[in-house]
Design a protein around this ligand. Structure first.
Ligand SMILES: *[C@@H]1O[C@H](CO)[C@@H](O)[C@H](O)[C@H]1NC(C)=O
Ligand SMILES: *[C@@H]1O[C@H](CO)[C@@H](O)[C@H](O)[C@H]1NC(C)=O
Ligand SMILES: *[C@@H]1O[C@H](CO)[C@@H](O)[C@H](O)[C@H]1NC(C)=O
Ligand SMILES: *[C@@H]1O[C@H](CO)[C@@H](O)[C@H](O)[C@H]1NC(C)=O
Ligand SMILES: *[C@@H]1O[C@H](CO)[C@@H](O)[C@H](O)[C@H]1NC(C)=O
Ligand SMILES: *[C@@H]1O[C@H](CO)[C@@H](O)[C@H](O)[C@H]1NC(C)=O
Ligand SMILES: *[C@@H]1O[C@H](CO)[C@@H](O)[C@H](O)[C@H]1NC(C)=O
Ligand SMILES: *[C@@H]1O[C@H](CO)[C@@H](O)[C@H](O)[C@H]1NC(C)=O
Ligand SMILES: *[C@@H]1O[C@H](CO)[C@@H](O)[C@H](O)[C@H]1NC(C)=O
Ligand SMILES: *[C@@H]1O[C@H](CO)[C@@H](O)[C@H](O)[C@H]1NC(C)=O
Ligand SMILES: *[C@@H]1O[C@H](CO)[C@@H](O)[C@H](O)[C@H]1NC(C)=O
Ligand SMILES: *[C@@H]1O[C@H](CO)[C@@H](O)[C@H](O)[C@H]1NC(C)=O
Length: 715
């Protein structure tokens, strides 16, 4: 009997549940959305990569015409210090003392403005270089070719194997370029096929930009017009390492990066002593030429270069594993709702781009490895949106690198809380951060608090998956010190008998006055929820949770209510719903029930009424990124499933032709928290959340056939 007939009969006998057991045709669904282009975008690249390393390409599969970035999780530099300042000044930088309920609390903000700015913009993330095609005429002279000189351009990214193939005709002859990324190192494999190679008319160039902490740099990073600001040096010869024919060392201030090149035999020359451009010419005149280009720090230089074919094989293996072995959601097959196609496209392309940009050893920056916002640094409050989806989609290997940051940052966060800010116990997690765990100075950076409970959620999801003692032990100190600080930041107000949160503090939307912000609804709920998770953690370890956790959890100030609805914070003007100051940024109030599960003390009737008011009152045209998935989760938990799907496809929540999440009105493109939040919301809506009873509870019953494989239930 044919398999599908068998399954169909099974379905008749056993009801629709059996039909659900037919495996999703993952390859068909993924390949359906293979991105194609016939011209370079001037705003977003096509990319290959592995989470620690990404290579942005124009329509030639390289950076021939558009200098999209090659970036990594490890490539950082410090600019020189401001005039007259020393490293001692950096080490001794102190901010200001603010009032914390009658006692001084030091924050990293203010002080010497030159040192402060240096600390904000350093270290900054480096664009490692540029690789492009080089065209020669019949006499071997370089020809200046523009994209318009290429005809019949066709580019396609095979998502299933990670191979980017670009084809075009130049001077009547076909050229094909295939680009793949290594998965266990920071290297690309480049294979060029063309009869032009037979007559020595094609080669490659390497170039190196200057970059520093001056820019918010999108779509490109750095400058190719400041050759005097940095140096490069070429070395060739046998002694370089396995398969390495040439190395270019690139020094920007005190950081040196190495580019190692190998593959088919070539000659390489520097174009001129005062430029950082190098020309690579194939030695033999065959119709194909392949090159491997690897990037590393000088302190960990590449010693062995994989062959281009080995890079392609590794790419294919890793991507196929990724698509076949982790979670999958099919909203397309069997759905009649016209929104299903675009939602599925967003899911597949986000899954690809998150693994390229956001699966490295450090928390990702908002623009991943595509370009630099905020100097390449990352934001610990945003890691929820960047990383929690990996846990629902069963990508434990991809979340573990950045997840270890909590371990790495624990001691500096204890120091922040206890030494710098003089709290008696606990660890205060930073906001804008670099790989060393240092907080970039800033009033908001120092006073935001909603990043604090995040590790409790990451730990909880991991435990739900492993149920292991090892997980409990691994997160124990993080859970303990996270909750300790939450307990002592809450301040016992004798006149009310409640614990207050703030002042001073910033709310999620960063738009209230920190010195008067007390008891914001969202943070109160998140505090209560987080302290409960921390207590449970210790109980699982047969340890007593400190009394103060229980005391604070039970006696936190009640969520403020104005006119029967939850308010942003206690004492805010009652008609804040019409004040532009409060309704133009993240509507965290809708997160009270949606993003957060039911929390004791949060009245779900009021939370729903508050969300309904926000849907129609908040200035939606000024929202961006993860706001829309957060709205969708709220609508989903409130049973407004049609609305939930609409939020995920909102016209202001856009994904471009290759799936890049556009920044919208407020932030540059790409803005990956939008992609991560989309995947988190989709998993929750499709698989369900604790206590949901139907299948795909976040989707409308009519018009949708939603199937999940290997997705974990949301809290
Ligand atoms: C190039 O692609 C765009 C959008 O994908 C399409 O509208 C256009 O017709 C294509 N042009 C050619 C020459 O194929
Ligand atoms: C930048 O300088 C800081 C000292 O302020 C140092 O800890 C860090 O390692 C340096 N980073 C790089 C990439 O040079
Ligand atoms: C908030 O209070 C601190 C002192 O605790 C002060 O330095 C700061 O200027 C105040 N901010 C505003 C906006 O009033
Ligand atoms: C190459 O051509 C472009 C476009 O015509 C021009 O802007 C650029 O300066 C030329 N470069 C060289 C090296 O001639
Ligand atoms: C170029 O490739 C196309 C499609 O692959 C093929 O039809 C055409 O014959 C090729 N042209 C040359 C000159 O080889
Ligand atoms: C090159 O360095 C100089 C001196 O530090 C600086 O003024 C200039 O802005 C830099 N150029 C670029 C393009 O960043
Ligand atoms: C590297 O190149 C620069 C010029 O770009 C030169 O000044 C320097 O001496 C070279 N360094 C080495 C180690 O060759
Ligand atoms: C830190 O807090 C302790 C205990 O509350 C207090 O005795 C001490 O004076 C504080 N230190 C500073 C520098 O404020
Ligand atoms: C939790 O932290 C407190 C304060 O640092 C410490 O005394 C206690 O031993 C820790 N508890 C566990 C279970 O590690
Ligand atoms: C105690 O709480 C009340 C009500 O929230 C508030 O008005 C008052 O300022 C708080 N007291 C202190 C000393 O912060
Ligand atoms: C929730 O709030 C509604 C509206 O104010 C009220 O009627 C209801 O009793 C509250 N529920 C609980 C459990 O407090
Ligand atoms: C809503 O946002 C738009 C920007 O998208 C802005 O121009 C407008 O002023 C805002 N409206 C209000 C009432 O704040």
């Amino acid at each position: 009997m044919h398999l599908s007939t068998f399954l169909a009969l099974g379905a008749l006998v056993c009801g629709i549940e059996t039909a659900l057991t037919e495996p999703i045709d993952r390859h068909a669904i993924v390949s359906r959305y293979n991105p194609t282009r016939n011209a370079s975008s001037t705003t977003t690249p096509m990319q290959v990569g592995n989470g620690n390393f990404a290579f942005g390409a124009d329509v030639t599969g390289l950076q021939t015409f558009e200098p999209f970035a090659i970036m990594s999780s490890w490539g950082w530099k410090n600019d020189t210090l401001p005039p007259g300042r020393t490293w001692e000044d950096v080490a001794n930088y102190r901010g200001e003392s603010w009032d914390f309920h009658g006692r001084p609390m030091e924050i990293m903000y203010g002080g010497d403005p030159l040192i402060q700015q240096w600390l904000i913009s350093n270290p900054n993330r480096v664009n490692l270089g540029r690789v492009g095609l080089l065209f020669f005429d019949a006499r071997g002279q370089v020809v200046n070719v523009t994209e318009n000189d290429l005809v019949d351009k066709q580019q396609k990214l095979d998502l299933w194997t990670g191979a980017l193939t670009s084809q075009f005709v130049y001077d009547g002859q076909n050229v094909t370029v295939t680009t793949t990324s290594a998965q266990s190192s920071s290297a690309v494999g480049i294979a060029v096929h063309s009869s032009l190679l037979l007559s020595g008319r094609l080669g490659l160039f390497l170039d190196f930009p200057w970059n520093d902490g001056k820019y918010f740099s999108a779509p490109f990073v750095g400058s190719f017009d400041a050759p005097a600001n940095h140096t490069t040096n070429l070395t060739t010869g046998q002694q370089l390492g396995h398969n390495i024919q040439a190395e270019v060392s690139h020094t920007l201030d005190s950081s040196t990066f190495i580019t190692s090149v190998g593959g088919d035999k070539f000659s390489i020359t520097r174009d001129s002593p005062d430029a950082h451009r190098y020309s690579v010419k194939p030695q033999a005149h065959f119709s194909s030429f392949s090159l491997s280009v690897s990037y590393s720090e000088s302190t960990a230089r590449t010693k062995s270069l994989p062959a281009p074919s080995a890079i392609a094989a590794e790419s294919s293996q890793a991507w196929t594993d990724y698509w076949t072995r982790s979670g999958f959601v099919d909203v397309l097959t069997g759905s009649s709702d016209s929104r299903a196609e675009e939602l599925q496209r967003r899911i597949v392309l986000s899954r690809y781009l998150m693994r390229v940009n956001e699966a490295g050893n450090n928390p990702p920056q908002e623009s991943g490895l595509t370009n630099n916002g905020w100097y390449g640094k990352f934001h610990m409050e945003m890691v929820f949106w960047h990383m929690a989806h990996w846990q629902l989609w069963n990508n434990w290997d991809l979340v573990s690198g950045a997840g270890d940051s909590y371990q790495h940052f624990l001691s500096s966060s204890i120091e922040r809380a206890q030494v710098q800010q003089n709290f008696s116990i606990g660890a205060r997690w930073s906001k804008m951060t670099d790989p060393s765990g240092r907080s970039a100075p800033g009033e908001i950076n120092e006073l935001l608090i909603w990043q604090q409970p995040h590790p409790l959620i990451f730990a909880e999801y991991e435990y739900r998956s492993t149920r292991s003692r090892e997980t409990l032990e691994r997160w124990k100190d993080i859970v303990n010190e996270t909750a300790n600080w939450m307990a002592v930041f809450a301040w016992y107000n004798q006149s009310t008998g409640y614990y207050d949160i703030g002042p001073p503090m910033y709310v999620v939307a960063e738009n209230t006055q920190p010195n008067i912000t007390r008891n914001p609804s969202f943070e109160l709920a998140y505090w209560k929820y987080g302290l409960g998770l921390a207590q449970t953690w210790l109980h699982r370890l047969d340890l007593e949770a400190p009394d103060i956790w229980q005391d604070v959890k039970e006696n936190l100030a009640p969520l403020p209510i104005e006119n029967g609805l939850y308010a942003v914070y206690e004492g805010i003007e009652p008609d804040f719903w019409t004040n532009p100051t409060y309704i133009n940024d993240h509507p965290a109030l809708v997160g009270l029930h949606g993003w957060l599960p039911p929390v004791p003390g949060v009245n779900l009737t009021i939370a729903k009424a508050t969300a309904d008011k926000a849907y129609v009152t908040w200035n939606i045209t000024n929202l961006w990124g993860w706001d829309f998935p957060m709205l969708a989760m709220s609508a989903a938990r409130n049973g407004e499933t049609d609305q939930a799907v609409d939020f995920l496809l909102h016209p202001l929540f856009k994904f471009d032709d290759v799936g890049m999440p556009t920044g919208g009105v407020r932030v540059p493109t790409p803005y990956f928290p939008g992609s991560g939040a989309l995947l988190y919301a989709v998993a929750m809506m499709a698989r369900g959340w604790d206590g949901s009873t139907s299948s795909a509870p976040g989707f409308p019953n009519k018009g949708w056939n939603v199937r999940v494989e290997g997705i974990n239930m949301a809290l």
